[in-house]
Structures are given as structure tokens and as C-alpha cells.
Write a new protein. Structure first.
Length: 266
């Protein structure tokens, strides 16, 4: 793989997450399986499979007559996935270490294509949708999850950076509303678009909320903070902490995490 600087950052970020699986990572992914209504014998593709949360659940449903392919470019994530697959004794799940944006498959290969939350990290989401549309069999399903534009204190981070002259693109903007999800899918040709919303937000202690952002950012098209000095990053973090302090209540600081679970058919 010939990964650009942005994708190398993403790979390093996920390679470092050696204890990825938890209640939250499952809750933001597994609902897609229920929405997809998979059947025995189907062919499934899981984009940015990570530790194979979706892929394993799908493989157990489609059975020995079906097959699941999981694609990811993080060897650390895939290593965790392989351990889980071996423990489950699954023989119908293939993992491919590759860039999800450059890998290709034959048209009309899959009954369902999944991508849980990582879709916002793709550099060209409309192009990904066009590929997925081609790879799906007629009448079959794409299912993905994504976050609202206001999740994870993103507006505050963007505001803080703008104050110091750094135009930080909102990572969640392309799919950050139900309308944006619907429009992008419809433009590609998808039909029967359904979007379920769930709030995973919670109250954080003031200290935890103030330390949520560590001055890093992931965005395929612009990363104005990448080459700032430690002193400049500390200045931004201090401003973020000050902004968060204004949100404190007797319950703590509310962290919004609105999740969209989206399905659409070819």
C-alpha cells in the first residue's frame, strides 16, 4: 500500500489501540446487523473492518454457504480480528489488509456492504458510495453508521482553532445530518434510504471533558494543526479547556454523540 501522510496517521492511530473492543464499540456497530436482515448463504463486505465486530457477526449469520470479506489497512486491528476469528472457529471470513479506497471488486459481488463509523475517515465518500453501488447485487443493501456534525465537542474544537487562525474542517460534516446522508446516497442512485438516530451521549466530569481533546485532528482534505509546535498546541488545548469549563453543570459536561444508522438499497 502506498499510503499518504493522512492515512499513515490513521493507521498509526488504530494500530496503537490494542484494547479496542468494549461495550461502546459494539453498540455503535452491531445495530447495523439487525437493520440489514442478513440471510444464510449471502456474500458480505465489511469496509474498515477493524477488529471484525461486524464481520464476525455477519459470518455467524450467513453460515458456511456464505462468505464475509473484511478490509482494513491497520495490521494492529487485523491482528486482533484474527485472534477473535480463530477463537470463534469461523472458516467463512477472509481478512484483506488493504486501503478501502483503492481496493477493487467485481461488480455485483455482494449482498450487503457494511462500514461502521469509519466512513467519515474516507477521503472521498461519494466515490466510495459509487464503488459500493457497483459492487452490490441489484436490490441489495449498504449499511453504515456515522456521527452528527456536533458530536464529540467538534464545534468547540473548530471554534477554538478558528480563534487562532486555523481553519479546521469538521470531520463529521459530509454525513453529519440525516439530510446529508440521504442526499449523497440518492445522488449515487440508492433507493429505500432509511436512517435511524440514536444518542450515545453522556455526562463527563469537568476534568475528563477538558482533557478530551489533545490537539490532534484527522481529516483527509486538510490538517492545519499537523506541523504546529508543542507550544502552539498547548495554547489551543488551554483555550479548549476554557471553553469546556463554560459548559459545566452539576451533572458534569454533556458530550453529545448522535449516531446515524443508515441503510439503502441498490
Amino acid at each position: 500500500m502506498n499510503l499518504n501522510e493522512y492515512k499513515q496517521q490513521i493507521r498509526a492511530f488504530y494500530d496503537a489501540r490494542t484494547t479496542y473492543d468494549n461495550d461502546f464499540t459494539y453498540r455503535r456497530a452491531i445495530p447495523l446487523i439487525g437493520l440489514a436482515q442478513l440471510q444464510s448463504g449471502q456474500q458480505i463486505l465489511d469496509i474498515a473492518t477493524g477488529t471484525a465486530i461486524i464481520a464476525i457477526a455477519a459470518a455467524e449469520i450467513v453460515g458456511t454457504q456464505g462468505k464475509v470479506i473484511g478490509v482494513d489497512f491497520s495490521p494492529g486491528m487485523l491482528a486482533q480480528a484474527r485472534q477473535k476469528i480463530a477463537a470463534a472457529g469461523l472458516q467463512n471470513l477472509e481478512l484483506i489488509e488493504a486501503d478501502a479506497e483503492t481496493i477493487t471488486f467485481e461488480d455485483e459481488s455482494f449482498d450487503a456492504i457494511f462500514c461502521a463509523t469509519a466512513i467519515v475517515l474516507l477521503g472521498d465518500i461519494p466515490a466510495a458510495f459509487r464503488n459500493w453501488y457497483c459492487w452490490l447485487k441489484p436490490g441489495r443493501l449498504v449499511a453504515f453508521s456515522c456521527w452528527s456534525m456536533t458530536s464529540f465537542f467538534t464545534p468547540i474544537i473548530v471554534k477554538v482553532c478558528a480563534k487562532y487562525g486555523y481553519e479546521l474542517p469538521n470531520l463529521h460534516e459530509p454525513l453529519g445530518t440525516k439530510e446529508k446522508c440521504y442526499t449523497l446516497l440518492q445522488e449515487v442512485g440508492f433507493q429505500d434510504i432509511a436512517i435511524k438516530t440514536e444518542q450515545f451521549g453522556n455526562y463527563l466530569s469537568l476534568e475528563k471533558a477538558q482533557n478530551f481533546w489533545q490537539g490532534t485532528w484527522l481529516n483527509a482534505n486538510s490538517h492545519p494543526l499537523l506541523h504546529l509546535s508543542d507550544e502552539q498546541i498547548e495554547q489551543l488545548k488551554a483555550e479548549f479547556r476554557a471553553e469546556i469549563a463554560t459548559l459545566a453543570t452539576d451533572k458534569g459536561v454533556w458530550q453529545e454523540m448522535t449516531t446515524f444508522f443508515v441503510t439503502a438499497k441498490k
